[in-house]
Design a protein around this ligand. Sequence first.
Ligand code: GLU
Ligand code: ZN
Length: 497
Amino acid sequence: MASAPATPSSPVRVRFCPSPTGNPHVGLVRTALFNWAYARHTGGTMVFRIEDTDAARDSEESYQQLLDSMRWLGLDWDEGPEVGGPHAPYRQSQRTDLYNDVAERLVAEGYAYPCYCTTEELDERREAARAAGRPSGYDGHCRDLTAEQKAAYEAEGRSHIIRFRMPDETITFTDLVRGELTFQPENVPDYGIVRANGAPLYTLVNPVDDALMEITHVLRGEDLLSSTPRQVALYQALVKLGIAKQIPAFGHLPYVMGEGNKKLSKRDPQASLNLYRERGFLPEGLLNYLSLLGWSFSADQDVFTVPEMVAKFDIADVNANPARFDLKKAEAINADHIRMLDTAAFTEACAPWLVAPYAPWAPEDFDQAVFDTIAPYAQTRLTVLSDITANVDFLFLKEPVFDEASWTKAMKGDPLALLTTARENLQGADWSSAEALKEAVLKAGEAHGLKLGKAQAPVRVAVTGRTVGLPLFESLQILGKDASLARIDAALARLAA
Ligand code: GLU
Ligand code: ZN
């Protein structure tokens, strides 16, 4: 029986090795995070490798986005693109010669062989096997072709792929998340490692690079579990050839489920990392949430910092059960991280949403000092940073944004009468005290038989344009008496028209 060790003895070397296809998604970020946290927890090495061997699907734009995303998240790497390292280059598209050498050696030593079967032949035999109730994977047809048989196929003008010869034995390994797993040989047929055009396949390049880069722990998504027995067998051959030092330990991270308990797909809009960035998730808020997909910090605490996570993280504590992606929880955790920032960091984090294309005001109308005054009220209320724009726009726009739905909702009953009284009371109030402004509106409400909540709604809409927002009386103070009263006058004029 062939088996892989659960825990290699050398210092930890993990890798994050995405393919640059499409936008990074949250499942990928979770994989990056767990690898990174494990490297940092153990004092090991984080290798970042780009698996760009599929020219048809890979793009330079996606490659740049991967690097940019990792940097934004703060997941740094010790070896990889733009950093270099002893196993450079770290882009597979630049390592083709290495793969060709390994493939040749595998064939020379009998671990792999050319397969001349055509697609039609393979399909036909697969159908026949299915009909007969036999395993329908590759049947080993070309395993032991003689030199004459090969020559005959070549003479026919057939091309060939290279196939890896699976050992006829059970493959066992101890998954760091799922425990001991066993695969029977009839379920793991010989598989292609080099295309007919000579291009090496993922099935070859991924374990070969893990071997050459001396990876000790392969932590990746459960979707790759079915390729692991094949890779373990290939590793055994690489160890025998002296190309690999050891077989890495494997840990397969649980599936992430989205809406309707379906696997969260890469294409699901909810999965896009850019979406979270644009909405103003803090990297530490997002990482905190994503770390909970399969792992937990403690039974009674799910908000923590990235260093706190690193201090505790162990792959052995990852749970094999599918994890559910819960947007509301992600937002709540992000809100907590926003509150944890000191004032200066919060102000700085808001900066991107206070300029074009997010900010609707003219740049010269923005006043940093005014923003700094309102910032503490916003900090305790934001879920995502992008909400800052609508919360403060009334301070920097010449006129508030008039949201018609808010206007209709707030201007009920006799708003003209109420606002007239409120204006009078505010006019005479002490503007140095938010309490006094509240009293002024409260009194106006009483005069018209309205509770404070109902009485302040028209004032809020008149001044800010919206029915919800930051604490009203502090907002009025920050906007200032003249501007606030002028806006109430404008609303009165509109009501009277
Ligand atoms: N490039 C592979 C992928 O993105 C990585 C697989 C692995 O982690 O082994 O699916
Ligand atoms: Zn064949």
